[in-house]
Design a protein around this ligand. Sequence first.
Ligand code: T5A
Length: 218
Amino acid sequence: MTEGQNRRGVFIALEGGEGAGKSTQARLLADALRKRGLTVDVTREPGGTPGAEAIRSLLLDPPGEGWCAPAEALLFAAARSDHVAQRIKPALARGEWVISDRFLDSSRAYQGVAGELGDEAILALHEVGSGGFLPDMTLLIEVPDEEIAARLAERDGGESDAIGGRDASYHRAVAAGFRQFADEEPQRFVVIDGSGSAEEVHHRIMRALDALLRDLGE
Ligand code: T5A
């Protein structure tokens, strides 16, 4: 869709904290777009290619003491580089819609803000790894903490991975980071109220995509 990036499809990223409903909404959005006859590729980060999925295992279930902060950021950027080059860009070039469950803004919020590496460093890694490639639209799903806690307790029973298990202040910093990016870049971000049922949230997302779908004649 965007001129100058050699692509024709549409790239949507879903962002937000742990358990915000990103995977659920990615599936519902893909179903709705497919019903309109569109070809949709649903993918995730870290992951989406064999190499990036291997890096995902290293990140979420790290060997030994875990990664130091810069190594963690480099691994996310390496996984994203492969994902962009081998899956996202080829799908967009075929004219498909790509929906990614997390993308660059997760690295900015988790490693950059909460992990304290800073936004400049994360953007520099993304420039090297993926040429600064950005989604056409980023949907930031925000859900009140109590609602998230109830969902995750029901699904995971208190279990979490190496990053999800970090303390509450880390996750508060992640949420504040996401909100700051959305406020700074309103042309790319749409903030979605993620409270209520999955269907209610899906309707909010479809409303947010209305203008884009109309502009594309879909
Ligand atoms: N990370 C990732 C970084 O630190 N830097 C990066 O650059 C990237 C890309 C990824 C971890 O890596 C970190 C962030 C993460 O810590 P993950 O397993 O992919 O790990 O973690 P999440 O993305 O947080 O995945 P989750 O599955 O936990 O959350 P989702 O996808 O937001 O939520 P979802 O849809 O799975 O829903 C969670 C539960 O709630 C229910 C679902 O059925 C499910 O049980 N649910 C609802 N319940 C009630 N009402 C609704 N509206 C509901 N929507 C969903």
